[in-house]
Design a protein around this ligand. Structure first.
Ligand code: 6GU
Length: 284
C-alpha cells in the first residue's frame, strides 16, 4: 500500500526537504505520495488573511477556524485545492545502487492495524504531548497522515474539536522549546515516521538498533582507519568475537544512558547482567 502524507501550511516551501534524500527516494519509489498545500488557498478575503486577534485579549494572533475547517475538509476528501498534483522528488534515485541494502533481510511492519478508517491528523504544537519513537512506529503503518502546521499563537481550538469528526487527531510536541511554527516539527516527525516505512531504509536491523528502540541511547561507533590522529578504535571491536562485541556495545549504551538520560533506565528492559554493570558504574 502506498502511503500518503498531506501537509497544510502558510509556508509550503518549508516542505522542500520532502523532495530530497530518503524522503524523495520514497516518493520516487512509489512508497509514499506527498501533497503540500498552501493554507492561503482557502482564505476568502482579499488580503487572504489567516489569523485574527485572540478572544480574551493578549499578545499575538490566532489562526482562523473557517479557513482551517475548509482546508481540512478538502484534504480529507481530496477535493478543491487539495486535489492538486503531488510533490515530486528532486532527483531520480530509482536505479542507483543502495549502500544500505542487505541481502536476505525481510521487510518488516510494526504491529498495529488501524480499525478506524479516518486519516490521522497530526497537529504539532509546543503544548502537545511529547512525540516519541513509539509514535513514529505506530504512525509508520498509517495509510494517510495529515499535518496541520500552525503559526502565530496557534490554531482556534474548535478546529481540532471539529476535525475529530473526520480525523483521528493527535497534538504533539517535538521538545521542550518553542519554534515559530509547526513546519520544522512536521519535518522532524515525518522523517522519523517515513524512515520506518518498509522499503525506505534498506534493512530492519538498522532501526531495531536505533537509540530509543530498546529504551537506551546508542553507544559510539567507529570505522577505518584503526588509528586516526593517535586515537585508537576500542580493541574489542577488532577482536571478531561477536559475543564480546555485543556485550561491549550494551555496556557502552548503558554507560551513555546513565550519564546523559538516566531517567530512561527506569523504563528500559534491563537484564540482571545490565543491572549489575550499572551498579559497578554507580560505585566508581
Ligand atoms: Cl510541534 N511546534 C512548535 N511551534 N513549537 C514547538 C513544537 C512544535 N515542539 C516543540 N516546540
Amino acid at each position: 500500500m502506498a502511503q500518503r502524507i498531506d501537509v497544510l501550511s502558510i509556508f509550503p516551501e518549508y516542505m522542500d526537504p520532502f523532495r530530497h534524500a530518503l524522503l524523495g527516494k520514497a516518493i520516487e519509489q512509489g512508497i509514499l505520495s506527498v501533497g503540500v498545500h498552501d493554507l492561503r488557498q482557502w482564505a476568502t478575503d482579499k488580503h487572504k488573511s489567516v489569523d485574527d486577534s485572540p478572544y480574551g485579549g493578549g499578545p499575538g494572533m490566532v489562526m482562523k477556524p473557517e479557513i482551517w475547517g475548509a482546508a481540512l475538509d478538502d484534504v480529507a476528501a481530496r477535493t478543491g485545492p487539495a486535489a492538486a498534483a503531488d510533490l515530486e522528488s528532486a532527483q531520480p534515485h530509482l536505479n542507483r545502487p543502495r549502500h544500505d541494502e542487505l541481502q536476505g533481510v525481510e521487510r518488516h511492519r510494526y504491529p498495529s492495524a488501524p480499525a478506524d478508517e479516518r486519516p490521522l491528523l497530526i497537529v504539532p504544537s509546543p503544548a502537545g504531548v511529547p512525540f516519541k519513537q513509539a509514535d513514529a512506529q505506530r504512525w509508520s503503518n498509517e495509510p494517510h497522515l495529515v499535518f496541520a502546521c500552525g503559526r502565530y499563537e496557534g490554531i482556534d481550538q474548535r478546529v481540532i474539536e471539529d476535525a475529530r469528526r473526520t480525523y483521528r487527531v493527535e497534538e504533539v510536541s517535538v521538545g521542550d522549546y518553542v519554534l515559530i511554527g509547526g513546519e520544522v516539527a512536521t519535518l522532524v516527525i515525518a522523517e522519523a515516521v517515513v524512515r520506518l516505512i518498509p522499503g525506505v531504509l534498506g534493512n530492519r536491523q538498522s532501526h531495531e538498533d536505533d537509540s530509543f528502540s530498546d529504551g537506551l541511547l546508542e553507544g559510539p561507533c567507529y570505522t577505518k582507519p584503526r588509528v586516526w590522529r593517535d586515537l585508537e578504535v576500542p580493541e574489542v571491536l577488532l577482536s571478531g568475537n561477536h559475543e564480546l562485541v555485543a556485550r561491549w556495545r550494551r555496556e557502552a549504551s548503558l554507560r551513555r544512558t546513565l550519564q546523559r538520560r538516566p531517567e530512561l533506565l527506569e523504563q528500559a528492559g534491563l537484564s540482571q547482567q545490565d543491572r549489575e554493570y550499572l551498579t559497578t558504574l554507580e560505585q566508581s
